[in-house]
Design a protein around this ligand. Structure first.
Ligand code: NAD
Ligand code: ZN
Length: 256
């Protein structure tokens, strides 16, 4: 889709202009245009025969840490190569106009790289590592995106370290979830960008937003389970829709 539906775009701009606080709930789709595949897309190359559900689990790591690290190192390479796109940049630029918080399911760190200042990472961060055995001993060194380096080991107990990512079947970090919920309570406009709204409990945040008083705007080129329930559905890519919304706010008379 090249042109935003003008009726939906105008409604979205009005809601953003009227908002004091905005919460953006983002998922893999906002990073898709950085060349980082979403989980709904088929994996490519070496990894085509594995599904993320077979790699992003504690069981997969216990069984074959080399394979799991191979996949995450490949993803790190894609992220480092892709970098931020116009969608991440537009959310950072939105802070020129409004108080913006982000709660993301993404682990790629690209919102921070784009300059957003308030980010709750619901599923962790692929650039951090922690021990798989003595989990209390958390290391947060940013490792190089080296696909061939030896497996990282914990300096305290020698067990393999793992990416500091929430895998299927694991709990979300309580602090990130609490910040997302607070952001939701305080927001009068919620942007839902690039998420299929199928992975819980993150999808429950969107359901709470829809049930609450905030105006909910979805940005997604495809329909999702919540598309008919949101206030405004922009059927467009993040890198197209978000800069267009920010440009419209830039052009609007200042109002605080
Ligand atoms: P998902 O893969 O389930 O859904 C992606 C959604 O993005 C789809 O609805 C799709 O229509 C939409 N989309 C595709 N291209 C888009 C674009 N250009 N602009 C806007 N939307 C676009 O992703 P999810 O809902 O985030 O859930 C999947 C899980 O996978 C999460 O747990 C997440 O942690 C993980 N994941 C993270 C990354 C990352 O960090 N970049 C990448 C893949 C998966
Ligand atoms: Zn250890």
């Amino acid at each position: 889709m090249n042109e935003l539906d003008t009726h939906a775009r105008d409604a979205a701009v009005r809601a953003l202009a009227d908002a004091r606080r905005i919460l953006a709930l983002t998922g893999a789709g906002i990073s898709a245009e950085s060349g980082i595949p979403t989980f709904r897309e088929a994996q490519t190359g070496l990894w085509a025969r594995f599904s993320p559900e077979d790699l992003a689990t504690p069981e997969a790591f216990a069984c074959d840490p080399e394979r799991v690290w191979g996949w995450y190192r490949w993803r790190r390479t894609l992220i480092a190569r892709g970098g931020v796109n116009a969608g991440h940049e537009a959310l950072a630029a939105l802070e020129r106009h409004r108080d913006v918080r982000i709660a993301t399911q993404n682990v790629d760190g690209l919102h921070a790289a784009a300059g957003s200042s308030d980010i709750a990472e619901l599923h962790g961060n692929i650039w951090r590592e922690r021990c798989s055995a003595c989990a209390a001993n958390t290391t947060t060194a940013v490792a190089p995106a080296d696909e061939d380096a030896p497996l990282p080991a914990c300096s305290r107990c020698g067990a393999p370290t793992r990416p500091d990512i929430v895998w299927f079947g694991e709990m979300l970090p309580a602090d990130a979830l609490a910040r997302a919920e607070q952001g939701l309570n305080e927001a009068d406009c919620v942007l839902v960008v690039g998420t299929s709204n199928r992975v819980y409990p993150a999808a429950a945040l969107v359901e709470t937003a829809i049930a609450g008083p905030a105006t909910v705007i979805e940005v997604n080129p495809e329909a999702t389970p919540v598309s008919t329930a949101v206030d405004v559905a922009l059927r467009a890519s993040a890198s197209h829709a978000l800069p267009a919304l920010v440009a419209a706010l830039d052009a609007a008379p200042a109002r605080r």
